[in-house]
Design a protein around this ligand. Structure first.
Ligand SMILES: *[C@@H]1O[C@H](CO)[C@@H](O)[C@H](O)[C@H]1NC(C)=O
Ligand SMILES: *[C@@H]1O[C@H](CO)[C@@H](O)[C@H](O)[C@H]1NC(C)=O
Ligand SMILES: *[C@@H]1O[C@H](CO)[C@@H](O)[C@H](O)[C@H]1NC(C)=O
Ligand SMILES: *[C@@H]1O[C@H](CO)[C@@H](O)[C@H](O)[C@H]1NC(C)=O
Ligand SMILES: *[C@@H]1O[C@H](CO)[C@@H](O)[C@H](O)[C@H]1NC(C)=O
Ligand SMILES: *[C@@H]1O[C@H](CO)[C@@H](O)[C@H](O)[C@H]1NC(C)=O
Ligand SMILES: *[C@@H]1O[C@H](CO)[C@@H](O)[C@H](O)[C@H]1NC(C)=O
Length: 521
């Protein structure tokens, strides 16, 4: 009898179950069914790729499998002897596409089965792309736990049949390395933890008014605006971060926020300031400003290969433009008021980014002020209010949702429940328009966090949003009661994996309230 048929019969006998309460998976897959049998993962488990068209030349899967084995042991010594039955010898991965270029809208779907019959017994992953297979390995790792009796990795409730795909293609997390420098090891840790909840875009808000930490070969004095000589990233560091992230299925979105939020640029090139006493926004009247933007984006395009670049455009206070005589004169000569000049700046910066092959993301103020003038491929990044996405998609543009009242991680009064319940498609009924919401992003602004507490400020709240962005709406509870115990178990898993995720109880980032087991904090 064919294996598939035997599996099917086994399932019919056991009956399938989607009682989310008893399934320790985060985010919840599209469809899950399971049985009641315990299996063990062999202490010399191996990965095979029988039937795969993809050959893993870059060792993306080989390395991911090794990381997953380490994760599943949770630093225990899995030194028990393999049992003679109920033993999973490893995972076979079938990837159909030979392409392994990560990018926007890459197919992330996968099927994962863990059978209880077959000789030898192994889990089976099927995915269109290697990036779907990475998600499958993450899911598999969550099915497993260290089993103290056998001293092996155990896997309960087999057989499992999981079929999964994300609801939104863009599932982001912002980090801000201008307000506080984040060491490379911290950034890599953030990327690792993102993959545990299947987030797939690291939005790197690299520079802002306070500091300019990154090397720009075209304009080598720009990083004179770093906080200190050591609080810097070389371009080679940036390449390393991008490679590290891509190998884990995470895209890196680079941002320069212009023309506001750019005071630090003038430390190395003072003519970018309107004047020495009025230093922001960037001097709109000076062509050198746009030459520098061109140089930065030219350098970026060699490193940041994601199809989007973020050009900011928020919170532009133009009073320095009217207060500076040479800019005032330029405005008069060009028959522009400051609103016109703001638009002129944003649109000219967009053209430069497009000339380097990028599509542009801008913060929502650009849309709110001159949405009809933006390049038609612009993605508008919402942050101010909760009712922006419907307007953006009605105007035919794409949108990323990050409304600050719900999805700003630096708001310590924003609870995980608020993160969980924030629906990106709220108020958008038309399916064509729904498709224009490419996803959402939680934002870890850096004014009041640094390397010492970034992890517990991000987690577990970012994970709550991650399920909202990944799982089908049918799997997402309308209240948070049924998600609470599952998220608290995921939070404990993060702790066990070495991620300093904060307790669920209380607001955004609290200390444990009293002695007790992890899941009750
Ligand atoms: C795993 O270990 C068992 C003995 O414990 C051995 O029989 C088997 O060949 C090993 N498999 C691999 C792939 O090394
Ligand atoms: C997963 O299984 C479903 C149903 O059997 C099938 O339609 C789909 O193509 C499979 N997906 C992948 C990525 O193999
Ligand atoms: C920037 O730093 C370089 C190297 O330290 C130095 O030579 C240069 O004078 C600095 N420029 C400014 C404007 O501070
Ligand atoms: C600045 O650039 C604009 C657009 O390319 C051009 O029209 C203008 O003549 C330039 N101004 C100066 C002073 O070079
Ligand atoms: C705009 O900038 C000016 C000059 O720096 C400052 O005095 C003013 O308070 C700012 N306005 C706002 C709304 O922040
Ligand atoms: C700026 O000028 C435009 C016309 O070019 C006008 O529509 C707009 O109201 C003006 N804005 C301000 C703030 O004066
Ligand atoms: C969308 O549908 C909801 C519920 O069906 C309804 O309350 C709302 O008015 C609709 N909104 C629009 C913009 O049509």
């Amino acid at each position: 009898m064919a294996l598939a048929l035997r599996l099917l019969l086994a399932f019919l006998a056991i009956g399938s179950c989607i009682a989310a309460d008893h399934i320790d998976l985060w985010p919840m897959p599209k469809s899950v069914s399971h049985g009641t049998q315990r299996l063990y993962v062999s202490n010399n488990a191996t990965m095979s790729m029988a039937g795969s068209k993809y050959s893993d030349g870059k060792a993306i899967l080989k390395d991911a499998f090794q990381r997953m084995l380490d994760l599943m042991k949770l630093n225990h010594n899995a030194d028990g002897a393999n049992p003679s039955s109920s033993l999973l010898t490893g995972v076979n991965i079938v990837v159909l596409s030979t392409q392994d270029e990560l990018g926007f809208e890459v197919d992330e779907s996968y099927n994962l089965t863990v059978p209880t019959i077959g000789e030898p017994l192994h889990a089976q992953i099927e995915a269109q792309t290697v990036f779907g297979a990475l998600h499958a390995l993450q899911t598999f790792s969550q099915l497993c736990h260290f089993e103290f009796t056998s001293r092996l990795i155990g896997l309960n409730s087999a057989p499992w049949m999981i079929s999964d795909a994300p609801r939104f293609p863009y599932r982001g997390l912002l980090i801000d390395t201008s307000r506080h420098y984040l060491p490379l090891a911290i950034i890599k840790g953030v990327i690792d933890a993102m993959t545990y909840s299947k987030l797939n875009v690291l939005h790197w808000h690299i520079v802002d008014e306070q500091s300019f930490p990154i090397e720009i070969p075209s304009y080598p004095n720009l990083w004179n605006g770093s906080y200190s000589y050591s609080e810097r990233y070389t371009m080679s560091d940036a390449i390393d971060i991008v490679r590290y992230a891509e190998k884990r299925g995470v895209n890196v979105l680079a941002e320069i926020d212009v023309p506001g939020h750019a005071r630090s640029w003038g430390v190395g090139y003072p003519s970018l300031w309107p004047s020495d006493s009025c230093r922001e926004p960037l001097d709109v009247s000076n062509n050198f400003t746009f030459k520098v933007i061109d140089g930065i984006l030219s350098d970026f395009s060699k490193v940041f290969k994601f199809k989007f670049v973020h050009l900011g455009g928020d919170e532009v206070n133009t009073s320095c433009w009217t207060a500076t005589p040479h800019i005032k004169e330029w405005l008069n000569n060009n028959h522009m008021n400051v609103s016109d000049a703001y638009r002129y700046f944003v649109l000219r910066a967009q053209k430069i980014a497009i000339s380097h092959g990028y599509e542009v993301i801008n913060w929502e103020e650009t849309f709110n002020n001159f949405g009809d003038k933006l390049d038609r491929k612009t993605v508008v990044h919402n942050w101010l209010g909760g009712d922006v996405a419907p307007k953006v998609v009605a105007a035919g543009l794409r949108c990323i949702v990050s409304n600050q009242d719900k999805w700003y991680l630096d708001h310590l009064d924003a609870t995980w429940e608020g993160f969980y319940l924030n629906e990106p498609l709220k108020g958008i009924n038309n399916t064509e328009q729904q498709r224009l919401v490419i996803g959402g992003e939680v934002c870890m602004w850096g004014e009041q966090i640094d390397a010492s507490d970034i992890e517990q400020t991000i987690w577990p709240r970012a994970a709550a949003a991650a399920e909202r962005l990944w799982s089908p709406l049918e799997q997402i509870a309308e209240d948070t009661r049924s998600a609470t115990s599952r998220l608290s178990r995921f939070r404990c898993l993060l702790n066990q994996r070495g991620v300093a995720a904060a307790p669920l109880a209380g607001d955004g980032r609290t200390a444990p309230y009293e002695p007790g087991p992890c899941v009750r904090q």
